[in-house]
Design a protein around this ligand. Structure first.
Ligand SMILES: Nc1nc2c(ncn2[C@@H]2O[C@H](COP(=O)(O)OP(=O)(O)OP(=O)(O)O)[C@@H](O)[C@H]2O)c(=O)[nH]1
Ligand SMILES: [Mg+2]
Length: 443
């Protein structure tokens, strides 16, 4: 038996957000009656070995936790690639179904199964018909967290647009879902699609039209917000603009708070920041603008990147990017690559960039015994060695700090002063930008 909790969820999901309210779109938002219980699913493929799949699932678990779900079990399967029909092999899907049944027999509800890759409409439909619980993928989970986090009209509009972009090609499935739920015991309310086609098609067309209309309204709103922001930016005067970018949860907001003496929301959850915040920072007598932006993540839904283009204008127009890296994270090298790729997608690969390794204090490594002849791995590299390697690779364009311990922060300020000053002289050669006296920022 399903509990009322999951019923509640289903009905909220299956009603399409036709209302005009900006906040009514959390169609897959997780209800908050204690953590929901989730199963995670990932593939091990020739392109993604077991170790990597484990890392990805660790991250997926953190995402689920951020959204309010507790992971109770993981399933992985070795395949040449995802099945177009069911993502996993049939047998594996049955195995998960049995696990869910056993849990239910023991009165432990499984609320959802989360897949590590984006699922097509067809895959979703097929998987749901076997598992008969809520099925999410990495994209819908990220969208859910974004919907939860969105504070300003701009962020809400951007998330809503991304949600519709995700929904549109999956509408057929949402509709069948709705019919199954709403059908009750009358005539053809069975589980298949037989009998749904006639009115279903018409309804589907209507839904599609309503969504498309809504999307163009949202795009219009974003264009208006964009215009306002462009005007705002133009009015900021001749100041160098520096943007903090990086993977989610690396400490961008913490650094922003430290440098700008501001109070930007920072916490140990993914996507704490959705809106770009811009602050004026003064180092000695040199003012510049510093912005804190949304964090990136592996497989960041493309629609979301697209929808967040205006938020990310701040990054695109920055004179200097500070790419913040969490050096204590076991996959920080991968994270660097993901950020570089996302920046390239945004057209930001040509901008001057420096790497700022944060969380020095949390770096851990295992010293190898002198008689241990197995090759050294990442875990055996000391902080010193790591720093030397990156400095050799990046020259003056990398730096190491701990934002929470305030290690090297004064040195970072000195470095920023030098860099911003150079950029300023290049960009505004005749502008006397220095303040006569140091002024405490009061804004
Ligand atoms: N140990 C350690 N933790 C840090 C350091 N800097 C930040 N943190 C912690 O890392 C977590 C994430 O920090 P945020 O500043 O919110 O990270 P962010 O990059 O802004 O994250 P998003 O906005 O979610 O993308 C928080 O719990 C911080 O306290 C550091 O130097 N050392
Ligand atoms: Mg942040």
């Amino acid at each position: 038996m399903r509990t009322s909790r999951s019923k509640h969820y289903n009905s909220s999901r299956s009603s399409l957000p036709f209302e005009d309210g900006m906040t009514d779109v959390k169609y897959n938002n997780i209800m908050s009656e204690g953590p929901e219980r989730a199963i995670l699913v990932g593939l091990i493929t020739p392109q993604q070995d077991e170790r990597r799949t484990k890392e990805y699932l660790d991250e997926l678990e953190f995402l689920a936790e951020t959204a309010g779900a507790e992971t109770i079990k993981r399933f992985t399967q070795r395949l040449g690639g995802p099945s177009q029909v069911t993502y996993l092999g049939k047998g594996k899907l049955e195995e998960i179904r049995h696990f869910i049944d056993d849990e239910e027999d023991a009165e432990r509800e499984v609320d959802m199964v989360i897949f590590d890759d984006e699922l097509s409409a067809k895959q979703l439909r097929n998987i749901e018909s076997v598992l008969k619980v809520k099925v999410l993928d990495r994209t819908s989970l990220i969208l859910d967290i974004f919907a939860m986090r969105a504070q300003t009209a701009n962020a809400k509009t951007q998330v809503e647009l991304a949600q519709y972009r995700y929904m549109l090609p999956r509408l057929q499935r949402l509709w069948t879902h709705l019919e199954r739920q709403g059908g009750g015991s009358g005539g053809g309310g069975g589980k298949g699609t037989v009998g749904l086609r006639g009115p279903g098609e018409t309804q589907l067309e209507m839904d599609r039209r309503i969504i498309l209309n809504r999307m163009s309204l949202l795009k219009q709103r974003l264009a208006d917000i964009d215009r306002q922001k462009t005007t705002q930016r133009a009015g900021r005067g001749r100041m160098i603009r520096v943007a903090l970018v990086g993977y989610t949860n690396v400490g961008k907001s913490t650094l922003m708070n430290l440098l700008a003496k501001s109070e930007v929301f920072a916490e140990n959850k993914l996507f704490a920041t959705l809106d770009t915040t811009v602050r004026k920072v003064i180092i000695d007598n040199l003012p510049f603008l510093l912005s804190d932006t949304v964090g990136f993540i592996r497989k960041l839904p493309h629609d979301l990147v697209d929808s967040f283009k205006s938020t990310l204008d701040e990054v695109r127009e920055a004179d200097l990017l500070i790419h913040v890296v969490d050096i204590s994270h076991p996959d920080f090298e991968d994270q660097i690559k993901v950020v570089e790729k996302t920046l390239a997608d945004l057209g930001c690969s040509e901008q001057p960039t420096m790497l700022l390794f944060n969380k020095l204090d949390a770096y851990r490594w295992v010293e190898k015994e002198a008689d241990d002849l197995t090759p050294a791995t990442r875990e055996n590299i000391s902080l010193d060695e790591l720093q030397r390697t990156w400095m050799a690779r990046m020259g003056g364009d990398c730096f190491f700090v701990s934002a929470t311990q305030r290690t090297n922060i004064d040195e970072l300020k000195a470095l920023l002063y030098k860099k911003v000053r150079e950029l300023h002289v290049q960009k505004y050669p005749y502008n006397d930008f220095l303040y006569d006296h140091y002024e405490e920022e009061t804004e």
